[in-house]
Structures are given as C-alpha cells and as structure tokens.
Design a protein around this ligand. Structure first.
Ligand SMILES: C=C(O[C@@H]1C=C(C(=O)O)C=C[C@H]1O)C(=O)O
Length: 429
C-alpha cells in the first residue's frame, strides 16, 4: 500500500494585499514547468492603471493609438492574472491529488458534498466582488469537478439520452470533468449505482407543480442505494423545431410532465396541434430533427445540440417551476454535518400507528419537511411512507429518537443524510 504523503508546508494560504494580489507571488515561485509565462513580473500599475487624459490638441488618429496602447497594457495585466490563476489551479490540483491518495488508503469516498457546500459558503461569504457570487459558485463547481476526477475518475449515470433535465442538472451540480453515462430508464440508473458500475446517479425526486416522481420513490424501496446530495433546478421550457414558424407546426412531442406544465400555452398557441408523449424531452428533440412539421418541448439547450430553432421560450404555464433532484450512491454519506435525512417506513396495521411515528419525531424536535405515501406494490391497499427530516438522524444526539422510531415503525430504512441542496438555474448560457 502506498504511504500517504503529508501536504507540503508551503501549500498553505498565502498573504494577499489589499488589491487581492499575492503579497509575495504564490504563483511565480511554483510555476508548472510546461506553462510559458507571458511575463514573470506583474505589469506595472496592475489593476490601478488609469486611462491617460487625451490632450485637446490630439488628432483622432493619435488618440486612437493611445487607446490601443492602453488596451494592450490592460490585456497584459489580464495575461499576468491568468498566469497566476493557472499556477494556483495547478497547485490546488496537486493538493487535491494528495487528498485522493489519502482517501484511497483509507477507503474514503471521493465525493464529499458537505465539504463542498461549506467551501462554497465560505468563499461566497468572503467574496469582496465585483465577481458575482453566482459566477463564483459556477467556477468553483467546475474546479471541484476537476478535483474529484483527479482523485479518481468518476462515472455518473442519469436518465438519457443526452440533454434531459437530469443530465443538465447533473452537469450543473457535478461539473464537466466527470464522465456521464446515459441510461434508458430510472431502474437502470438505480441498478448501475447499486452494482457499482457508476459511483453516482442523478434522479428527479419531485416537481414543485406536478409533485413526486412516483417511480423514483418506488425504486428506493427495491434498491439498496442512498441519497448523498440534493439540488433544486429551475425548469423552463422552449418550443424547438426544424420549422421556422409556429404556423408550420402540427404535432408536438415531449415527456408527459413538460406537456402538462405547458398545457395552457400549447392550447392557446397551437390549438390544432396533436400532443404526443415520449420517454424524455431529449428523445422528443431527437425525434423532430427529421420531421419539419413537428416541434419538441424541452430545455432550450437541446436546440443547439440538435440544430433546431427555438420558436418560443418560457412557455411553462407557471413560471416558478422547480424540480428537486438527488444524487444517489451505493453507500451512505458519513461525513461532515448533513442537515437532512430521508427515510422509508411502513407502520403496523393499527389505529394511531402513523400518529405514533409523527409524535416520536415531534418529541425529538425533528421537523418533517415532506411525507408521502406510496402503494406497497407487494400487498394491495398497504402503503410505504417516504419522509424528509430536517436533521442528521444518524447523529449521536438522535440515537434515542431513532431507537424509538424503530419501535413504532413496522419497517424503517434510512436513505441517507445529506446537505440541503442549492437552487440552480439551468438556463445560464
Ligand atoms: C478535496 C476533496 O475532495 C473532493 C473535492 C473537493 C474540492 O476540490 O475542494 C471537495 C470535496 C470533495 O468532494 C476533499 O475531500 O477535501
């Protein structure tokens, strides 16, 4: 077994001056051998460079060339900053690989969503701007994506084909440096994760307008997988087609959920079009590629992927339309301080059985943010409950409550604790 290396001492936070530049360049001393520096030293007057005043007597040509010189100086400044960033990114990557070797030695998983959330919260809290926090988070999601895959190549499964909301949500949250594998249905996503074919899977759990995705909840009952993270995505729909005008559209394809979410708009704008359900929005986009009189309802990025035009966008009937996705894995997250736990339970068949479970939670001061009953497929008119609790039910402080819950429930399965998820907008270009 490889001995874990200790982190280098110099890889500690460097001092920065008021302008945010390293007091003693952290980057210049540690440049990657392959990187060709544009300049070794910061250009004079970096960031504080002031545009020179143009004397009244200068001709237009002269002032243009002064502008050009100034622009060139500002660009040199950007080049220098990029070199610093490159060097620091590589420094971070080296440290992360070291973390990866330590994890491999201890069998620790690579993905640590509580650590990632803490890191993003810490950086956004100390961000002086003008970089907006939303940009900072997006940049860091990609940095962490690269970091995870440097530690160990990661496979993520989702309901395909490419371009489904699950795929876009996964890329938004887990970044572009991991490998994504499409699966034909939710069952295959769960199976790939529980068999260890993929490290993580992404599945939709519920929509703010249409409610729970029953199939996803049911699959938790049949597969031994755990929720490690969640995310909320704003869902907007567009009408995509090879046709250039709405008048030429006589049939609309999509998944039943988007067709339902856009029903009023479709009725008002395409009253005579036939609405045809397909297995996904991405499959609908693929279908209309060689059907000039057809359109698909889906995310506008599907237009670029399939060479379609966007005939209309924002066509969902209620604009505040969100879907909650979760990241599933074969083991539970045992790290940090997750703030939510999902459970599946059945109750004994007697009066007050469900009330006793709820009372146990209430007495332990645990807030329940969701409770849903699903038919227990093995026995008709029997139900299994899916609940979200706002606590880490595995924590020592809830040991007594957990023991009591086990007593009150007929069966109880903990589906994992995880950090409460971010709200992401899939429509960022
Ligand atoms: C670096 C680590 O591994 C992963 C990558 C992270 C990062 O790049 O900051 C953070 C958490 C993990 O998902 C870690 O566990 O600290």
């Amino acid at each position: 077994m490889e001995m874990p290396e200790m982190p280098d001492m110099p890889e500690t936070p460097g001092k920065v001056d008021k302008a945010g530049k390293p007091a003693k360049s952290a980057a210049s001393g540690q440049r990657e051998k392959s990187a060709q520096p544009v300049q070794d030293q910061a250009p004079a007057q970096v960031e504080t460079a002031v545009r020179p005043e143009q004397p009244q007597s200068q001709s237009q040509g002269q002032s243009q060339s002064a502008d050009q010189k100034f622009l060139a100086a500002v660009r040199r400044e950007i080049d220098w900053v990029d070199e610093e960033i490159l060097s620091l990114l590589n420094k971070r990557a080296r440290i992360s690989k070291r973390v990866g070797r330590l994890k491999a030695g201890s069998g620790d998983p690579v993905f640590k969503p509580t650590r990632e959330k803490k890191l993003l919260d810490r950086l956004t809290a100390m961000n002086p701007g003008p970089l907006p926090n939303e940009h900072l988070r997006a940049i860091y999601r990609e940095i962490m994506s690269s970091s995870r895959s440097l530690q160990r190549p990661q496979k993520i499964v989702y309901l395909g084909p490419e371009g489904t909301f699950s795929h876009l949500a996964a890329m938004e949250y887990l970044g572009h440096s991991v490998e994504y594998l499409p699966k034909a249905n939710f069952e295959a996503v769960f199976a790939a994760v529980s068999r260890g074919e993929a490290e993580l899977g992404v599945i939709p759990l519920e929509n703010s307008l249409e409610g729970s995705v029953g199939q996803s909840l049911d699959l938790f009952h049949r597969h031994d997988v755990f929720i490690q993270a969640e995310l909320f995505c704003r869902i907007r729909h567009a009408l995509l087609s090879k046709a250039m005008r709405m008048e030429d559209v006589s049939v609309v394809y999509s998944h039943p959920q988007p067709l339902a979410q856009c029903a009023q708009w479709l009725h008002a704008n395409l009253p005579n079009a036939a609405l045809i359900p397909l297995e996904s929005t991405a499959a609908a986009a693929r279908t209309v590629v060689d059907k000039p009189g057809a359109a698909a309802v889906g995310q506008s990025r599907l237009a670029e992927m399939h060479g379609l035009s966007v005939l209309a966008s924002g066509i969902e009937d209620a604009p505040d339309n969100w879907t909650r996705f979760c990241i599933i894995a074969a083991s539970r997250l045992a790290d940090g301080q997750p703030d939510k736990t999902s459970i599946l339970f059945t109750t004994p068949d007697k009066p007050g059985a469900l009330a006793a479970v709820l009372a146990t939670l209430a007495e332990a001061g645990i807030n329940m943010s969701k409770l849903e009953s699903r038919p227990l497929k093995s026995e008709k008119w029997k139900y299994v409950f899916f609940a979200d609790l706002e606590c880490d039910l595995y924590a020592e402080e809830h040991k007594k409550a957990l023991a009591l819950l086990r007593e009150k429930c007929h069966t109880l399965r903990l589906l994992g604790s995880y950090p409460s998820g971010p709200k992401l907008d899939l429509n960022r270009e």
